[in-house]
Design a protein around this ligand. Structure first.
Ligand code: NAD
Length: 298
């Protein structure tokens, strides 16, 4: 058996087209959807993520306000900047690229963002809305995975979904979204405390890897016919690659694709969905504001 390779770029393109169309409508009424992107320091992976997000914003005819601050920026300075962006009516969304330098407390910074502009969906108010099922911004990567499953019509109702990873930005929200009534999966969450990982993963109809461990999940850990979604992005040394490294997922693609029914590649799988969902959240923030409906997402 050889799995169907999921084309994340194509699904993301469709989501982005929808956002671009909604942006045109907003622009026609004088509203320019605007995302403020805040980067503190020069971590190379963060610089590349931020550059990718800004390029995507430009392609969707949205405004990207690029705020690059030195690594020496204090927590108070950063929180003051967020306060100014919260108060700026031209800014619809605020994204603070993580991780932040060690001397800045991430939770303080996330808490400072107005939930009405929290397009990353990391603010506790957004997390609470997600869990309860009230309107709010959903975190981009987990939401992207759900949209991917829906677009491909992969059956989720009553399916057993196993999520490997319990981080606040991927594993936990994904487990929540999978268990919501509109997806209706039965969810198992695996983590570093899980005793026999393979025993759990082999029972998954939908196996989602978000552990940040290169090739953690091999073909023998996958149930035949399962849909395998690989969120992991890991740099591994590769002397033959121009940059000296290449990107691999948490799934051993070669062996898992022999067993699975569907599988996402890395790169080109979940990654493009994350940016597409971010753009959608920015458009939504602008639409809500222009409709004077901010309160619905609080
Ligand atoms: P994280 O390090 O915060 O969390 C990893 C989780 O995996 C932890 O909860 C840990 O308990 C679990 N884990 C680690 N090793 C394990 C093991 N051997 N067995 C079982 N569980 C294990 O990472 P994160 O921020 O959730 O990111 C996970 C991966 O997803 C990373 O590779 C990251 O780069 C990638 N990521 C990709 C996107 C995207 O857009 N594609 C977005 C966010 C994160």
């Amino acid at each position: 058996m050889s799995a169907i390779i999921i084309d994340g770029k194509e699904i993301a393109r469709r989501v982005r087209e929808d956002s671009a169309a909604r942006t045109r409508t907003l622009r026609a009424s004088g509203v320019e959807p605007c995302l403020a992107v805040v980067l503190v320091g020069e971590d190379p992976a963060s610089v590349s993520y931020v550059t990718g997000k800004e390029k995507a914003l430009a392609e969707a005819a949205m405004v990207g306000r690029d705020l690059r601050l030195p690594a020496s920026t204090s927590e108070t300075e950063l929180i003051d900047l967020i306060g100014a962006l919260n108060a700026d009516p031209a800014v619809h969304g605020i994204l603070v690229q993580l991780p932040l330098p060690k001397h800045i407390r991430e939770d303080r910074v996330i808490m400072a963002i107005d939930p009405a502009k929290d397009v990353d969906g990391f603010h506790p108010v957004s997390v609470g809305n997600m869990v309860i099922g009230t309107p709010g911004f959903l975190p981009c990567t987990p939401h992207g995975v759900i949209v991917m499953l829906k677009e491909l019509k992969i059956p989720t109702d009553g399916a057993h979904a196993v999520v490997v990873g319990r981080s606040n930005i991927v594993g936990k929200p994904l487990a929540n979204l999978l268990a919501r009534r509109d997806v209706n999966a039965t969810v198992t969450v695996c983590h570093t405390g899980t005793r026999n990982l393979a025993e759990h993963t082999r029972r998954a109809d939908i196996l989602i890897a978000a552990a940040g461990r290169p090739r953690l999940l091999t073909g023998d850990m996958v149930k035949p016919g399962a849909a395998v979604i690989d969120v992991g992005v890991n740099r591994v040394e590769d002397a033959s690659a121009k940059k000296g490294y290449r990107l691999v997922g948490d799934v051993d693609f070669a062996s898992a694709s022999e067993v699975a029914s569907y599988i996402t590649p890395v790169p080109g799988g979940v990654g493009p969905m994350t940016i597409a969902m971010l753009l959608r959240n920015v458009v939504e923030a602008a639409e809500l504001r222009s409709a004077g409906a901010e309160r619905t997402i609080r």
